[in-house]
Design a protein around this ligand. Sequence first.
Ligand code: NI
Length: 172
Amino acid sequence: MAVREILVAPDKRLKTVCEPIAEVDAEVRRLMDDLIETMHAAPGIGLAAPQIGVLKRVLVIDVHGEDEAPQPIAMANPEVAWASDEMATREEGCLSLPEHYAEVTRPARVRVAYVDRQGARRELEAEGLKAACVQHEIDHLDGILFIDRITPLKRNIILRKLGKAQRLKAAG
Ligand code: NI
């Protein structure tokens, strides 16, 4: 397992539609382990493969209470199989958009079909924070960032600040 570097927007790789996994083999399991370790080190509650520069449909989430043990879930080829008509709005952040947060509206409850670390087909039912988190991570696999789901005005403010930070980093 290894902690990998997390890409920061704007980066072309974060805007890419990722490739499905043909089979959960040793390489995919290693990718899942690296994602979990990198997510926990950040720390974050979710991380998708494109965020470490791997353009494959793999993500991890870990939404547990402060007094609970870690409960990481790794998914290959996750898909929203069902979403509630009821919507929910909550503040989101992203390890690829450090220090930026915005309110995002998504379906309040979802059922997600995926392939697990052992290659078995499974489903996850989620609501609340977990529902928002898994939808946010699936978006990453389609090259969608949470700022793509807010108003252009708010998005441009965040992108301008990120661009400025990158130029300063490049200069300094
Ligand atoms: Ni994110």
